[in-house]
Design a protein around this ligand. Sequence first.
Ligand SMILES: C[S@@+](CC[C@H](N)C(=O)[O-])C[C@H]1O[C@@H](n2cnc3c(N)ncnc32)[C@H](O)[C@@H]1O
Length: 270
Amino acid sequence: MERPAWAPRSIDISVPSVSRIYDYYLGGSHNFEVDREAARRAMEFMPGLPKIMQANRAFMRRAVRYAVDQGVTQFLDVGSGIPTFGNVHEVAQAAAPGARVVYVDHDPVAVAHSQAVLEGNEDADVVAADLLKPQDILTSPQVERLLDLNRPVALLLVAILHFVEDADDPYTAVAQLSDALAPGSMLVLTHASYEGIPLPPERAGGAVDVYKDIRNPLIMRSRDEIARFFEGYDMVEPGLVPMPHWRPDTAPEDEDPYAFSGFAGVGRTA
Ligand SMILES: C[S@@+](CC[C@H](N)C(=O)[O-])C[C@H]1O[C@@H](n2cnc3c(N)ncnc32)[C@H](O)[C@@H]1O
């Protein structure tokens, strides 16, 4: 298989990756046939997946604009993925020139492409690190250079925590990151869930199996389990809700049942 310039030598391009599958759903061009094949298999069970991903991105942009409106102009986006369009730094810096953004991902393609996209942007950078090692993130030169941790930061954990199993204790990792942030900081989060999906479990379960096959299990948590990530935060209205229902710009399309397979919320510390 031909290796394009954006694919670092370190990656095995014969194995699908979560970030490249997601890139395909969003209509991006940083994916291989193995990724597209896995994505299409998942879509056989949940045809609405691309729409869900778009609802996730749309929520993320609304939440970034909300944060800026509330005076928060520093962003730590962990599990940021392969940049496509309407990325956090674009939305934040359009709303507040000079807004600072640090992206974090453990996927080499996501990191390499972020570096390329961010070249020349003095106020944004990317760190290759794992959410499960919060100290690596917090002590990275990029965070030290760009984020003032004495002022509020919006911590984004958008569509990442459902890739972290309970055995790896995602709650502790989130708490450690949150504890490092100044009062007035925000947690912006989305997470997949079976709760509310009007689909027979075997159909939704079939999509989940695709991720199990590629050794990146997708962990569907209940709404209560997702709410626990916000410990220490006050929920911003309207709380933890289906993604299209979080402060929509226009009335959400209630008729699309597939849009309800995950929850979105924003919390703020006092
Ligand atoms: C579905 S993408 C979400 C991208 C972006 N946040 C969004 O919502 O559009 C999930 C990303 O999380 C990254 N990821 C998964 N587990 C991670 C971990 N433990 N540490 C850092 N990144 C991780 C994956 O590499 C992938 O790029």
